[in-house]
Design a protein around this ligand. Structure first.
Ligand code: GLU
Length: 383
């Protein structure tokens, strides 16, 4: 059992579990099920308890290297690593699939996918749909096409981005040490366990050591990931994925490791963003749609009277009452041209009109924040 004292894991419904290369692969023997098995059991037990888990798994490059022992070791160029990632990725998914009767789904993302609002929304919808279908999404960086400027660079930061993308309430980082120490755990005899971290200050950052041998991260990128998650209202738990008892305890809601608490609530982080992101256009809606919005429903195309501006799918837009009063802001499921074509039409007709359909809503309730009630004057309405 990890030497870190037990503490309760915050309550969670949807988590991202990041599994580092050091738990899955070694440069000479390649992928190993040894530690993945316990983590997979954790994922299954969580699902049985009604919780959802997205796995972010490293190990493709290391697995690829082991597949080509003669050439692999020397391969250090970008192109060589991209080739190794392509080779190893197939093995990586096969490794995970062995543990699950449920289908595993491979999702490869680059930084660009998350920066571009349309692709962000596409990635989000696909991941949420996979969870709804009962599949196990397994995300990795799309190393084969991600040259430096497209790269998130490490899977810790990728995991934090995915946690925000899918509205997770917890980020779990499985690594090969017990948690965060105040100094180097082997070299510094005074190194203490840091079990609970409320703010990642520069002093906390300074405690991060160097990267490990196989992954790209080390403790620094784990702290960066925890800081990003905290800002998005998501707590992060860091623990030793090699320790079977620690992984079992995690399934029972007990963490032996380090907990980075969230700053503010998850909902408010997303709402803040929807509230303040620049709007690329607007929709004017009828009274029926206004009433539906205020009840917490999605905005369906049937209630849209006018489409204004030139926005793309995923852009933030304003939602206005017919008289022009600002009611809400949200992310558009359809761009302005398609939006105008389906405005006033029933959701059933979307496919016939456009030839495709992303969603029955023009703006989905999960992507929407209400700003004011147009009937009363008491400011903000809870979304
Ligand atoms: N995406 C890389 C891989 O699968 C790992 C990156 C990382 O470990 O941070 O090999």
């Amino acid at each position: 059992m990890s030497a870190f004292a037990p503490q309760s894991l915050p309550d969670w419904k949807r988590a991202v579990l990041k599994v580092g290369s050091s738990l899955l692969a070694s440069a000479d023997t390649g992928l190993s099920p040894r530690f993945a098995l316990g983590l997979a059991q954790f994922v299954l037990a969580s699902r049985q308890a009604g919780r959802e888990v997205v796995i972010v798994s490293s190990g493709a490059v290391a697995a690829g290297r082991a597949l080509l022992p003669k050439n692999g070791e020397a391969a250090q160029t970008m192109a060589a690593k991209q080739a190794l990632a392509a080779l190893g990725q197939a093995q990586l998914i096969a490794l995970w699939q062995r543990f699950f009767e449920l289908p595993a789904a491979q999702v490869l993302l680059t930084h660009d996918d998350l920066r571009n609002r349309r692709r962000y929304l596409n990635a989000r919808s696909a991941l949420l749909e996979l969870l709804r279908l009962g599949a196990i999404p397994i995300v990795n960086e799309n190393d084969t096409v991600a040259v430096d400027e497209l790269k998130l660079g490490d899977n810790d930061n990728l995991a934090a981005a995915v946690a925000s993308l899918v509205d997770a309430d917890l980020l779990l980082i499985a690594t090969d040490i017990g948690g965060l120490y105040s100094g180097h755990p082997q070299r510094d005899p005074d190194a203490r366990h840091l079990a609970r971290i409320e703010t990642i200050t520069p002093e906390v950052m300074a405690m991060a050591g160097e990267a490990g041998a196989l992954g790209t991260g080390g403790m620094r990128t784990k702290l960066e990931a925890a800081a990003k998650a905290a800002q998005a209202g998501i707590a992060t738990a860091l623990f030793c994925g090699r320790d079977a008892a620690t992984v079992t305890a995690l399934g029972q809601g007990t963490l032996h490791g380090s907990l980075f608490t969230a700053q503010g609530s998850r909902l408010s982080a997303r709402k803040q963003w929807l509230r303040h992101a620049p709007a690329a256009g607007a929709l004017r809606i009828d009274a029926g749609a206004c009433a539906a919005l205020l009840r917490g429903a999605s905005l369906l195309p049937g209630g849209v009277r006018h489409v204004e501006g030139d926005f793309r799918r995923g852009d933030v837009i304003e939602i206005l009452a017919e008289a022009g009063q600002l009611l809400a802001r949200g992310q558009a499921q359809y761009n302005a041209v398609d939006g105008a074509r389906i405005a006033g039409r029933h959701s059933r007709e979307i496919e016939a009109v456009l030839g495709f359909r992303y969603d029955e809503a023009m703006v989905h309730r999960d992507d929407l924040v209400l700003l004011a009630s147009h009937q009363s004057d008491h400011g903000e309405v809870a979304a």
